[in-house]
Design a protein around this ligand. Sequence first.
Ligand SMILES: C[S@@+](CC[C@H](N)C(=O)[O-])C[C@H]1O[C@@H](n2cnc3c(N)ncnc32)[C@H](O)[C@@H]1O
Length: 342
Amino acid sequence: MGYGPPQSASGFRLSSEMDKVPALPNAWDSFWKPGRHTAAALSGELATTHLNHWWRSEMSAIAGQFPPDGGLRAADLGCGSGVVGSIARDSLSTRNLSGAALVFVDRSPYAAGAAARSGGGTGLVADLGALPLADASTLLVLSQFGVEYAGNQGLAEAARVIAPKGVMLALIHDRDGGPALECRLNLSLFDDVLSTRILDAARDAFHLGFALDKGERVNRSVETVRADLQSRMRRFDEIIRAPNQTTAMAFLRQARRDLGIMLNRRPAYEKSDIFKWLDNIEAELIQSRDRFAAMLRASRTQADLQAFASVLPASRFDCEPITRVTMPSGQSVGWRFCLRRR
Ligand SMILES: C[S@@+](CC[C@H](N)C(=O)[O-])C[C@H]1O[C@@H](n2cnc3c(N)ncnc32)[C@H](O)[C@@H]1O
């Protein structure tokens, strides 16, 4: 599908309201824009490989539980690049999971569209807190770091659509896990960087420099503008000197190097290119900060998940023990949350 309105997946009841679901402006949209990211969000390459392996082994265990000729329907909720749905399709295709019955759901139209194209299913642009899927319609409901972004309502919606004898398997952010720890560090890192207002000071300095190049009259003192930029850069340099090898820190260090080069070689650049670069960096900082904050809000403790499971009707749902999924180092990457519908 393209980025237009969602398509109907055979057998799912799509609300006519769906056409009105807007492509909500959110930090994830920019994250999934074409050409940017293809792998799981918020986890490094090692974690991604490890998690993909975990999903493959879960899928091969689940595959045998469904009849081979059973017209299986599956959904990947908060699909992002669609890695989990694609693993399910590969593991279950021999068991009659036809492409039309695999739905990739995400609020980001970029993500839903790209996941559907690469995963061979249907993309659905929707809010996980109000799934446009019929009650008890989906035998296999999957989510990797997705449903929890819509809070308990996201979990409730996922449970609602599980078909009789169906399964919901989700990997949920662990509030005390490694990614949440990294996220907390990154959030405070990006907040600190934004509070330096280094980009505003750089804009002032570039405006002044280009004006002076053209011999225009300026009403600001060069010394004041330079001193302001230097003090903000010193603060920025202190922040990025901290021993931290995360991707977020690597991004900040690269941005600092690029800014230094542009300040030193300003006449070699077009003014518009420099200002576009400053705007892009600022947008990246703000959107990343918002994603880190969203992830922390989404993270759950085991007690949170147990409390949610305890209010589901016991006559209809069984909740498997909620256990940590860990990296080979022993660090937790998330909770395994598995519901079965009778
Ligand atoms: C951490 S990413 C996980 C993506 C993918 N499952 C993966 O593991 O790579 C969270 C995804 O949930 C989506 N998302 C967040 N809140 C949402 C909501 N309320 N409704 C629908 N999708 C949402 C985001 O657009 C993003 O693609």
